[in-house]
Design a protein around this ligand. Sequence first.
Ligand code: ADP
Ligand code: MG
Length: 335
Amino acid sequence: MRPLQSLGSLKLKLGIVIVAAVWITAAATIAAVRWLGLPSIVGAAAGVTFALACVQLLARGTTKPLREMAAVASAMARGEHGRQVAVTSNDEVGELAKAFNRMTAELAETDRLRRDLVANVSHELRTPLGALQAVLENVVDGVSEPDPETLRTMLAQTRRLGRLVSQLLDLSRLEAGEQPFDIRPFAPRDILESAAREARLHAPEDVVFSIDAPAALQADGDPERIHQVVMNLVENAVRYSPRPGHVKLRAASGADHTVVLEVDDEGPGIAGEDLERVFERFHRGDGHRGSDGGGAGLGLAIARWIVDLHGGTIRAERREPHGSHMVVTLPQARA
Ligand SMILES: Nc1ncnc2c1ncn2[C@@H]1O[C@H](COP(=O)(O)OP(=O)(O)O)[C@@H](O)[C@H]1O
Ligand SMILES: [Mg+2]
């Protein structure tokens, strides 16, 4: 039983407890002396004792969350996450307990993400390192010759490592907000053209690119960074394109003073449940996990960070009958 539980103010509760304590002491003392005929000093002691018992009852549950919070905070300091305190009142202490619970939940989530990140990073680094080590051991043991083919394999693994490390650095700088953007008006058409030019260097010959963008269209943003975003989308589009395949790059003005950039391919597309998750760090579609063709699943996570910091949006959609449709919106340049 918690008689004062529903009151929303700690001050009011304390006031009631104090007034009640005074009245109960007085009444109990008088009763003890008058009716029970006790000596006044004993009567007063009995009154005080009775009042204390009543206060104990009245104030029940008021400070329990505080003690619990102290216990949970100590547990968190020991690295034990995810514990919550029981919210037993509606007053300021209850509010504090609720805020405390939100904080512990968020810290537990952050801790989980950190662990996942460390596990993922170590795994991603270990794979190319292991391959590199195996090849080198074979060469040192004389099992295989350091011929151009072997060296090329090692170079490919080294490149993969280098790429992964620079992506990780990029992500951590973006997250820390360390790299200020150089926001200015730029022509999305130029970005699409240079991305297509760059992609053609590595793409199979039967994957063709087409660009559809008005030359006069201007967006606001850091052209280098937006180029990085588009390049990520184009690389993916090429990777998942059938042969022959067609990658379409488009820019147009959208609603509410935005510029919309789109990259379409004719590949298998992204499964419905993955449309949002592909933007998470280290998320790769099932078919691509562990294969050498793809990256570590950081490209779209980086793209989302960059676009978010521009105040834009990025999303993935499916094309009918197959293929993916990636859409980036950015603020339009003010004329
Ligand atoms: N155009 C696309 N078609 C099909 N799947 C795609 C496409 N783009 C991205 N994906 C899926 O999203 C995942 C994450 O992409 P990304 O973040 O660029 O990582 P990475 O390219 O390093 O694998 C890919 O592994 C793939 O499963
Ligand atoms: Mg990618």
